[in-house]
Design a protein around this ligand. Sequence first.
Ligand code: PSV
Ligand code: MN
Length: 405
Amino acid sequence: MDYLSAFPALADQLGKRGVDVRAVLEKLKKQHIETPSWGYGNSGTRFKVFTYPGAARNIHEKLADAAYVHKLMGVAPTVAIHIPWDKTDDWAALKQEAEAQGVRIGAVNPNLFQDQEYMLGSLCNPSPAVQEQAIAHMVECCEIMAATGSGILSVWLADGTNYLGQDSVVARKKRLENGLRETYKNLPAGARMLIEYKFFEPAFYTTDLPDWGTAYMMALKLGPQAQVLVDTGHHAQGTNIAMIVANLLDEGRLGGFHFNARQYADDDLIVGSTNPFELFAIYHELVSAGDKAKDVAYMIDQSHNIEPKLEAMIQSVINCQVAYAKALIVNREALTQAQAAGDVLGAHRVMTEAYETDIRPLLAKAREEMGAPTDPIAAHRANDYEKRVMKERGVAGGSLGGFPG
Ligand code: PSV
Ligand code: MN
């Protein structure tokens, strides 16, 4: 679609609404969405790992796919890695390999859920030997951060219990605190630890990091380099994620996101697909927070099972761009006035006016200025990259760095 030709008319309309279109374009060009290495490999449900033709088989192919997505989008210059899924024996070489393709290594994600020893948990495991093993893995990940230039350790634990009486809730909390503290000491200078919560799964009676409150409590105990990571899939139905985001931002403890969409829980659906209005609401809080949101890390956490992997990742980045663009064109002056006047629906309409605006011409313009294709999906479908990797890589069986392992 040729959205670019519609840009002057949209710019005119937005200008009349008091929007500084040039400033919005500059912000859109600076947007940064990180893609996950595990989103490029085969993945599946608890029932079956599906093989996708051309899916990346190792970290080198994952980097190549991420670099391809970045070339099309212009706003996805970093790749999150998962250890040990993406382990290599030469991290300096991997860093160079990424940079030669125009991308960098982003967040390092320790894997504390796939070793046999972790059956009863990792940092919170009742066995001191297993706790030590988990801490050693976290420290190893800190070393990988230093070697790759990564500034983020992204921590998610599968820890919890299934039955009343199985373990002491408070003893587990103390083990958690101790393990995180030991890890925190090993963070490279200036790096951050982002603590991710999830309200259930794989444990179902208690989860050691079930909610933002517990993650925030741990972050406060650790220090300023520890913040909360909000995975949009990790909440119960009806939770107002935008409100959690607003409050954590205001407290200076929102570290970053794992973006995806959910219908039930942690479904790994494309961010903004089932819930575009929620994503817009989240971005509205981020824009409203101004400078307090300047270090927030935006990461996609999706393992696509039935979708073409590259197109799904491109669509995910597009959906984040759309939500951000809509949040940027909210008439803030009109909003503040309506709020002060107690004009409930007037204020709400300021939001829906922005949400209902077709901002695709704005994004086309930003993309043109970045030297990226103005219609990334069309450009991807016309490109032969996917056909080429399908031929080169073929159909590899098994899970290659995604769920289930
Ligand atoms: C767990 O559900 C999670 O959200 C964590 O971030 C993991 O690291 C990731 O998914 C693995 O796919
Ligand atoms: Mn996540």
